[in-house]
Design a protein around this ligand. Structure first.
Ligand code: NAD
Ligand code: TYD
Length: 378
């Protein structure tokens, strides 16, 4: 079936993997990547697909309603996969307005443009789909407790009844109430509410997914994993917030892209799906894996860079633990993560070491100033 799909934020980290997957897997679709190319957007992430006949890049801001509405009419869009956002918690603490503007107003502008355009067609919303990509951070933070005082990690049950190694008894499930703590997660939560409101009020065919922390190639090096790999390579300090005890649930980015493909095509309208791989790690443990893997791949002796670990002032409002329960997605749509974490981390470290040009390109210019400002007071 022919389809025209707008993917917003396709020049960013996750968006570039989604664009690549869709362009290669669906030659009959026309994939239109709409991206403003902020500091986080980089067309070099899409070099391998930029000449494909079913791919078009449109340089635009999702907040610019007139441009977005005209684009939807011009290309006859029938599906939207919305990833464009400001995505880094530390930046949101310094500049919350930009996060509200892009994540809330930008999403609203897309919703309204899609609603107006699709309503103007004879078939209306039939066969259309507005898929909003959100984060597990909207649910807030989970505790690291066990009723009998057992020290984490321990084995516990997710809602599917399956046992998983976890740092606490509770997981994020789709029915949990939203309790965002950072300006980033508050803005994402607000955008999720607008998406649901457009379904409930106007009948717009929407889907929302909330995914855990992603890792893999093409992630901007302000996020933990690429930042630390690059610092280890250059023997720069590794700024660990607080005691490094916070827990995150990590998913390889290509597994997220595959989940988006499955949900875009087979997910139920108006539903929410959580996406994650039951893969919880304490920051400090991940950091040790990153040091060991990077040093091994660079041929450095074991333990050579352990002293780069530098404990710094904690992030304000730092969420203690994230842990996604993705049983619903696994049960209803049969999606499962394909990579074990050890394998994913090895691939990821290797990719950053092999792609120093990409790293040099994205860390030139404004990046160094941001990085120095961010860490000078810690
Ligand atoms: P990213 O910061 O790497 O990329 C964001 C992209 O959006 C960039 O290409 C940027 O240029 C573009 N963009 C920003 N503002 C825009 C605007 N006003 N108009 C058009 N384009 C704009 O982000 P990411 O990590 O790839 O995250 C993508 C989406 O997935 C976000 O919505 C994020 O909330 C969500 N998410 C991310 C993670 C994660 O671990 N990275 C986890 C769960 C959900
Ligand atoms: P990050 O990659 O920013 O993702 P998020 O805040 O969305 O989870 O951070 C992952 C974890 O690593 C988080 O607990 C904060 C911590 N962290 C550090 O300790 N030092 C750093 O320099 C960064 C960027 C993150």
């Amino acid at each position: 079936m022919k389809r025209t799909i707008i993917i917003t934020g396709g020049a960013g980290f996750i968006g570039s993997h989604v664009v690549r997957l869709f362009v290669n897997k669906y030659p009959e679709y026309h994939i239109i990547n709409v991206d403003k190319l902020t500091y986080a957007g980089n067309l070099a992430n899409l070099k391998d697909v930029e000449d494909k006949p079913n791919y078009t890049f449109v340089h635009a801001d999702i907040c610019d309603f007139d441009t977005i509405y005209a684009l939807m009419q011009r290309v006859h869009v029938d599906g939207i996969i919305h990833l464009a956002a400001e995505s880094h918690v530390d930046r949101s603490i310094k500049d919350p307005f930009t996060f509200a503007k892009t994540n809330v107003m930008g999403t609203l502008s897309l919703l309204q443009a899609a609603k107006l355009y699709w309503e103007s067609l004879p078939e209306g919303f039939e066969g259309k789909r507005f898929y909003h990509i959100s984060t597990d951070e909207v649910y807030g933070a989970l505790q690291m407790t066990h009723p009998e005082g057992i020290q984490p990690p321990f084995t516990t049950k997710a809602s599917s009844g399956e046992h998983h190694l976890a740092y606490g008894e509770q997981f994020f499930t789709e029915d949990l109430k939203y309790q965002p703590h950072s300006p980033y997660s508050a803005a994402k939560a607000s955008s999720d509410h607008f998406v649901r409101a457009y379904h409930d009020t106007y009948g717009l065919p929407t889907i929302v997914t909330n995914c855990s922390n992603n890792y893999g190639p093409y992630q901007f090096p302000e996020k933990l994993i690429p930042l630390f790999i690059n610092n280890i390579r250059h023997r720069k300090p590794l700024p660990v917030y607080g005691k490094g005890e916070n827990v995150r649930d990590w998913l390889y980015v290509e597994d997220h892209a595959r989940a988006i493909d499955v949900i875009f095509h087979r997910g139920t309208i108006a539903e929410t799906y959580n996406i994650g791989g039951f893969n919880e790690w304490k920051n400090i443990d991940i950091i040790r894996v990153l040091i060991a893997t990077t040093d091994r791949l660079l041929g450095r002796p074991e333990g050579a860079d352990d002293d780069l670990i530098t404990y710094v002032t904690d992030r304000a409002g730092h969420d203690l633990r994230y842990a996604i329960d993705s049983s619903k997605l696994q049960r209803e749509l049969g999606w499962e993560p394909s990579l074990q974490f050890e394998e994913g981390i090895e691939k990821t470290v290797r990719w950053y070491l092999d792609n120093q040009d990409w790293m040099d390109n994205v860390t030139s210019g404004d990046y160094m100033k941001y990085y120095e400002d961010m860490y000078k007071n810690r």
